[in-house]
Design a protein around this ligand. Structure first.
Ligand SMILES: *Cc1c(COP(=O)(O)O)cnc(C)c1O
Length: 351
């Protein structure tokens, strides 16, 4: 007899990327934004009335939902806020998936999905992507009997996107929920929020952690048909988004120009780094995100260790599909210059 559930005993838990204390480290391991949040965020903090903290925050974050809805021509009934989009993924799993029910996700993909399935005591169903990390033609049959499919678009940790028309056709046929995790969509050429009004089974989630430079405040947004949002509202913690986060995020959503500018810069840097690495003999996967997934011309773990010795952190995902790659967050041009110089150095030592 144990005190804990068997499904919890069996699982490993999610491993977050390392957060080093030393600020001299070039930190390219958790896809944070290298640029500061918009000026409105500092102003919202400076003007915040500390006395207001005596009270509970708005349980439904109404003002924030209205602002988010406005960005996409939706209503507040289409929007749910979470304590980061990880919280939304948890709420979705608890709302839509029973114990013993099937929950699908692709391989590779965001490593939180299988953990959520395990916590729920659901049956994880892995859909292998093709050799070029695309959706397989067999997606519909592979997800048969599943209550939900988690799909990151652009995908993590590969950075590529999936064809929108293929995905839309799948959404129309699939009898369960299609949860499109758009954590990186602001860095991509297109997105899927516009699928929400016409599809009663589609949820699209966003986060301010990456494109808005606000990973520290924890805010995620889910867009879905009002009946889906209403059910998820019942499942979430009443006060899942704190008062400070609601105020700060509101200021951030109101400055779309700032996001556009930093995203443009990151996309420019991404293209330059991709070129430089390809010239050094790296295999560079096409990226629509704020990171590059690259295969070095030496063992990935060796490359990672050599970078670490030069105080540069990137992320490695062991396993047959991703083990030969490293994922490199796009930082400032200066940070990426150090990274490319280090990579050049390491590759030269190898031959
Ligand atoms: C970063 C990330 C998240 C988590 O976002 P938070 O809002 O910080 O919880 C969710 N999904 C994917 C694919 C991510 O890369």
């Amino acid at each position: 007899m144990t005190y804990w559930r068997d499904c919890v005993d069996r699982m490993n838990g999610y491993t977050p990327g390392e957060q080093p204390r030393d600020h001299r480290i070039v930190k390219l391991n958790t896809n944070e934004n290298p640029y500061p949040p918009c000026p409105g965020v500092s102003q919202a903090l400076a003007e915040f009335d500390v006395n207001a903290l005596r009270r509970y925050p708005d349980p439904s974050a109404l003002e924030l939902r209205r602002e988010a809805a406005r960005l996409f021509g939706l209503t507040e009934q289409h929007v749910l806020c979470g304590n980061g989009s990880d919280d939304l993924l948890t709420i979705g799993t608890r709302t839509f998936i029973d114990q013993g029910q099937r929950l699908a996700f692709t391989d590779p993909s965001y490593s939180l999905y299988p953990v959520l399935a395990q916590i729920q005591d659901a049956i994880p169903v892995t859909v292998p992507l093709t050799d070029s990390f695309d959706l397989p033609d067999t997606l519909a049959t592979a997800t048969q009997g599943c209550g939900m499919l988690f799909l990151a678009r652009p995908n993590a940790p590969t950075g590529n996107s999936f064809d929108r028309n293929t995905l839309q056709r799948f959404c129309k046929r699939f009898p369960g929920i299609v949860w499109i995790d758009e954590a990186y969509a602001d860095f991509a050429d297109d997105h899927c929020v516009d699928l929400v009004p016409a599809h009663p089974n589609v949820v699209v989630s966003r986060t301010v952690s990456k494109s808005y430079s606000l990973a520290g405040i924890r805010l995620g947004l889910a867009f879905a048909a009002p009946p889906l949002v209403a059910q998820m509202m019942k499942v979430k913690d009443s006060y899942n988004v704190n008062m400070l986060t609601q105020q700060i995020a509101l200021a951030a959503l109101r400055d779309q120009d700032h996001v556009r500018r930093t995203v443009k810069q990151i996309r420019r840097t991404r293209a330059a780094v991709a070129d430089a690495l390809a010239q050094l003999g790296f295999h560079v996967l096409p990226s629509q995100a704020n990171f590059l997934c690259v295969e070095p011309p030496l063992p990935a773990t060796h490359f990672l260790e050599q970078l670490r010795q030069r105080s540069i952190l990137v992320r490695h995902f062991p396993g047959p599909r991703t083990g030969s790659y490293v994922r490199v967050t796009i930082g400032t041009d200066r940070e990426m210059d150090s990274f490319v110089a280090a990579a050049r150095d390491i590759v030269a030592c190898e031959c």
